[in-house]
Design a protein. Structure first.
Ligand code: FES
Length: 112
């Protein structure tokens, strides 16, 4: 086991977790309302600003407890910000609010 906390703290400002959980039930789940397209939109937005896997990493996750028929759940950690009902079209506005339009507010959530 290797503790890598210091390395990750130096490298990463935030981790965007997108729920991709798909369940076979009558209840809505992100995996059936555009999760994969939303993940692509998040990665593309960050890549276009050279922030993907430098200051911001992106991961998929299971249910965040914000299931909706209207879109996907996202949390940004360690900022402890949470979104539901996110569509791929919402991603630019969401990420600009978090990180600034040019992703230049990374490292200081109060400036975003
Ligand atoms: S399935 Fe995504 S928040 Fe529950």
């Amino acid at each position: 086991m290797n503790e890598r906390t210091e390395r990750q703290r130096e490298r990463l400002d935030a981790h965007v977790f997108v729920c991709t959980n798909a369940r076979e039930s009558a209840h809505a789940s992100c995996g059936t309302v555009g999760a994969e397209e939303t993940v692509v939109a998040v990665k593309d937005w960050l890549r276009e600003r050279d922030a993907f896997w430098t200051a911001v990493s992106v991961g998929t996750t299971s249910c965040l407890g914000l299931c909706s028929e209207d879109g996907v759940a996202i949390t940004i950690q360690p900022r402890n910000t949470w979104y539901s009902d996110v569509t791929p079209e919402d991603v630019p506005e969401l990420l600009a609010a978090e990180f600034g339009p040019a992703a230049d507010c990374i490292g200081d959530p109060d400036d975003s």
